[in-house]
Design a protein around this ligand. Structure first.
Ligand code: PBG
Ligand code: ZN
Length: 327
């Protein structure tokens, strides 16, 4: 079908035609808002490299969660900044830990909102690594018990879903078994399965005080050069009992997302990470791009590549645009 018989512009000539043939439609249902919980009350500390994002005390975090829920966003992902750190990240599984408190408060006020918790050690360890460190080595198997303990404590506090982001081998099996043994067999696991060792996490580490104090995360997070390995990681997590598979970051890894969409039949999540957010905000501030349009184009591209859900700091802003139907 060649020109002049086929004229692609025919179906682009007005807004109604364009709406009718649009293949990908972003909805607030697709969005998950990440939030940072910190102690105290009425705290709202701006995160300099993430304009519009804050470290929030539990009272304020609940307000932001409500704003998101009222805009049709079904879920939040909680990160915690603990009062103290130690070598084993003890505060990560404390009954009165910051995430545990935040979960309870959100579920109390918004029982229908899905509360997902990030399960990891890096915010809670004094060395900032996602696992136990012995003689400078990040230990795999010794970390698994701790991750399972954290997941259980989150679920017991009321978390609807747990999301391990540590990248230790075998963690899905460890967490699934531990949840099941605690009669938490209905708590799903969203696995950060293809999590790359990315410089795009920079602003997050400032926000969450989770930068490694020595070395880097290359011995556990994936090499950005690898694609086939993502299939192995994801397949392994599916077999170990993951319910949702995540790719992270999103934009520089859309090929991975598209590839996993073909290979894996579980729901896929993509994490539009802090550096992706910061770049758009910075260029917008410079007056170099239309931030609102780039935000919507970016989120649409992530969905088009295969994501069923998108974790994004833009969630509230994007949901407002969708509600106003101004996009
Ligand atoms: C920690 C964690 C990180 C992010 C989510 N969980 C950073 C890291 O691995 O250092 C990054 C999120 C973002 O950049 O928005 N396990
Ligand atoms: Zn971590």
């Amino acid at each position: 079908m060649l020109f002049p018989d086929y004229r692609p512009r025919r179906l682009r000539q007005n807004a109604a035609f364009r709406r009718m043939v649009r293949e990908t439609v972003l909805s607030a249902d697709d969005l998950i808002l990440p939030l940072f919980a910190i102690g105290g009350s009425n705290v709202q500390n701006p995160i300099p490299s993430m304009p519009g994002q804050y470290q929030l005390s539990v009272d304020n975090l609940v307000k932001t969660a409500k704003e998101a829920f009222d805009l049709g966003i079904p879920a939040v992902m909680l990160f915690g900044l603990p009062d103290k750190k130690d070598a084993f990240g003890t505060r990560a599984h404390a009954r009165d830990g910051i995430v545990q408190k935040a979960v309870k408060a959100v579920k109390n006020k918004l029982p229908e909102m899905v509360v997902i918790t990030d399960v990891c050690l890096c915010q809670y360890t004094d060395h900032g690594h996602c696992g136990i460190v012995t003689n400078g080595i990040i230990e795999n198997d010794a970390t698994l018990d701790l991750l399972a303990k954290i997941a259980i404590s989150h679920a017991k506090a009321g978390a609807d879903m747990v999301a391990p982001s540590d990248m230790m081998d075998g963690r899905i099996t460890a967490i699934r078994e531990a949840l099941d043994e605690s009669q938490l067999e209905n708590t799903p696991i969203m696995s950060y399965a293809a999590k790359y060792c990315s410089a795009y996490y920079g602003p997050f580490r400032e926000a969450a005080h989770s930068a490694p104090q020595f070395g880097d995360r290359r011995t556990y997070q994936m090499d950005p050069a690898n694609s086939r390995e993502a299939i192995r990681e994801a397949t392994m997590d599916v077999e170990e009992g993951a319910d949702i598979i995540m790719v992270k970051p999103a934009l520089p890894y859309l090929d991975i997302l598209a590839r996993l969409r073909d290979e894996i039949d579980l729901p896929l999540a993509a994490y539009n990470v802090s550096g992706e957010y910061a770049m758009i905000k910075a260029a917008e501030k410079m007056g170099w791009i239309d931030g609102r349009k780039v935000m919507m184009e970016t989120l649409t591209s992530i969905k088009r590549a295969g994501a069923d859900m998108i974790l994004t700091y833009f969630a509230i802003e994007a949901a407002k645009v969708l509600k106003e139907r101004t996009f």
